[in-house]
Design a protein around this ligand. Sequence first.
Ligand SMILES: CC(C)(COP(=O)(O)OP(=O)(O)OC[C@H]1O[C@@H](n2cnc3c(N)ncnc32)[C@H](O)[C@@H]1OP(=O)(O)O)[C@@H](O)C(=O)NCCC(=O)NCCS
Length: 154
Amino acid sequence: MCREARRRRVTFAIRPLGDADADAAVALWHEVGLTRPWNDPHADFARALATWPELLLGAFADEAADGEVLVGTVLGGYDGHRGWVYYLASAPSHRGAGIGRALMAEIERRLEAQGCPKLQLMVRSDNTSVLAFYDHLGYAVNEVAVLGKRLIAD
Ligand SMILES: CC(C)(COP(=O)(O)OP(=O)(O)OC[C@H]1O[C@@H](n2cnc3c(N)ncnc32)[C@H](O)[C@@H]1OP(=O)(O)O)[C@@H](O)C(=O)NCCC(=O)NCCS
């Protein structure tokens, strides 16, 4: 898939990520503040690649000087009841070019193609600006408590 963005004219392609993209993806996650000390992002990447390789996606911009550069990611999963989305990110240098919207559209398309009826995601409660982004894309806040339990320490 290749899209020409509306406001900023960035041409990018979206496709599944592979082992060779792990360092660039983790660097992007660090850059945009999606990593946390208790999660090993390399392990997250490897687990996602092993589980749903077609739902671990990257947006690549063609930069004249550097060639193809990873400027966005999204990680999806489907548990048979819901689809989930994690690690949506676009590079600060490429924000406002439609990359976040395109990544969400592509993960929605891929999940729907698997028969996934609904999609859910978690936003950290201190990440307020992103709530407005998801609202803009038609995502509603569900008033539920999300519970968690760690099974494997990273
Ligand atoms: C959220 C994020 C991916 C948006 O990426 P982006 O590439 O700049 O978004 P897009 O250019 O595709 O914007 C899509 C639409 O959302 C709107 N939008 C973008 N950021 C917005 C915000 N913070 N609030 C409201 N609307 C926003 C844009 O105006 C655009 O509208 P349009 O398509 O109708 O013209 C990016 O800000 C990011 O990486 N944030 C840090 C990581 C993060 O917190 N991810 C979420 C984890 S849950």
